[in-house]
Design a protein around this ligand. Structure first.
Ligand SMILES: Nc1ncnc2c1ncn2[C@@H]1O[C@H](COP(=O)(O)OP(=O)(O)OP(=O)(O)O)[C@@H](O)[C@H]1O
Ligand SMILES: [Mg+2]
Length: 370
């Protein structure tokens, strides 16, 4: 899939930009603070419903104006979609082919995006939250059903945690837990089993990418670290294990006022040549691993939807050495619509000439240079 056209109005420091985009590579060149990441962020929001940088809609609107607009024409294999998102003081409203969406979450799955930026080092170095977010966002983009279960789970979890606190403070009866337990187990088991399936595919793809980037010298393994520990069976069995854990740990959960088991406590473990890369990896190895995971994400989405997602590379090439840059460029060139931001064109020396569009970004103005 690719974006054919984009129209931004009052989006952060971009007052108005309307451009035809290259189905292959689009380079955004400019000094610091000119609007390159803002441009990338606007596409990311259309794909995921929210920004990777913040959760405050108001910050997306240009300071001098009341509303912002992001509009694109998306070419998918089977159809063209006009997608627009209006952001004003009351929130976000989206339309697809001029039909308003009831919820912003319905945007997800129309434009598939993969973003890779220097902050993705958190995927390897940061807390479990980043890894859960990675896997959840990846699956949600290709499975609306998973996204729906995830939202349901988070809602149930919140209610259950509140109830645990109330029981602890003697404001509620623990008989009420039964109903929430049932719902938590029901949705939680579905999430866990789907994650197991996806991680099984992802680990093969990530291993392949890591070997490609490192000339076969690094073997990456990805393991799903479950709070339920021994899930191997079907949904029925998963539910039983889940229920067993909740029943056996009820006292502890009430004491803490928090749910101790379930997909919200899971993590991923990355090992390179059998060593935990989060604890012992060098900065370069950690960076390679996060790149390998992103490349695996691209291939996973392709295998699920039949099309490559749109790739957003924010400030990535300045952080990669020549070999890694080339591996990445070879992989995307001619196959995947990609937006690349950079302050320095020499990092992209190996791009084939006539295969890209090149935009100069200055004070929020994008100018096509050929
Ligand atoms: N709501 C807003 N209204 C107006 N300007 C904004 C708004 N939000 C952010 N900005 C401005 O946008 C600029 C940052 O743009 P952006 O992050 O896209 O820069 P960049 O070109 O990616 O720079 P770098 O190379 O440093 O990453 C900042 O100068 C910031 O003040
Ligand atoms: Mg930037």
């Amino acid at each position: 899939m690719y974006l054919e056209k984009i129209h931004l109005v009052n989006y952060r420091n971009i007052i108005e930009t309307l451009h035809q985009l290259n189905p292959n590579i689009n380079i955004l060149l400019g000094y610091n603070g000119q609007g390159k990441t803002n441009f990338i962020e606007s596409i990311y929001i259309l794909g995921t419903g929210s920004s990777h940088k913040n959760n405050v809609d108001r910050e997306l609107i240009n300071w001098q104006h009341q509303k912002a607009l992001i509009r694109v024409l998306l070419k998918r294999r089977d159809q063209d979609l006009k997608i627009s998102l209006l952001i004003d003081r009351s929130g976000k409203k989206a339309e697809i082919n001029d039909t308003p969406l009831a919820r912003i979450s319905e945007l997800i799955g129309n434009i598939n995006v993969v973003l890779f930026s220097p902050e993705d080092l958190n995927l390897v170095k940061g807390g479990p939250y980043y890894r859960r977010r990675f896997i959840d966002l990846e699956i949600s983009q290709v499975s609306p059903y998973y996204y729906y279960q995830l939202q349901k789970y988070n809602h149930v979890l919140k209610q259950r945690n509140n109830l645990l606190k109330e029981i602890r403070d003697k404001k509620s009866d623990d008989k009420l837990l039964e109903m929430w337990d049932q719902q938590l187990i029901e949705t939680g088991s579905k999430i866990i089993l789907k994650r197991i399936k996806v991680i099984d595919k992802l680990k093969i793809l990530a291993r392949l990418s890591q070997r490609q980037i490192t000339n076969g010298s690094e073997n990456l393994s990805v393991e799903y670290d479950l709070s339920l520990k021994e899930v191997l069976g079907d949904e029925e069995q998963t539910r039983l294990i889940f229920k067993h854990l909740l029943t056996n740990n009820r006292k502890e959960e009430i004491k803490r006022g928090y749910t101790l088991f379930g997909p919200h406590r899971d993590d991923l473990v990355f090992k390179v040549n059998n060593v935990d890369i989060r604890k012992y990896g060098s900065q370069g190895q950690q960076r390679t691993t996060s790149l390998a995971l992103k490349l695996a994400e691209l291939e996973y989405m392709k295998s699920e939807t039949g099309e490559y997602p749109i790739l957003l590379l924010d400030d990535v090439f300045s952080e990669l050495d020549q070999k890694r840059s080339n591996t990445l460029l070879n992989l995307i060139d001619g196959k995947i619509q990609t937006f690349i931001t950079t302050t320095d064109l020499t990092t992209l020396d190996n791009l084939k000439q006539d295969n890209y569009s090149f935009f100069q970004v200055e004070k929020g103005v994008l100018t096509l240079k050929g």
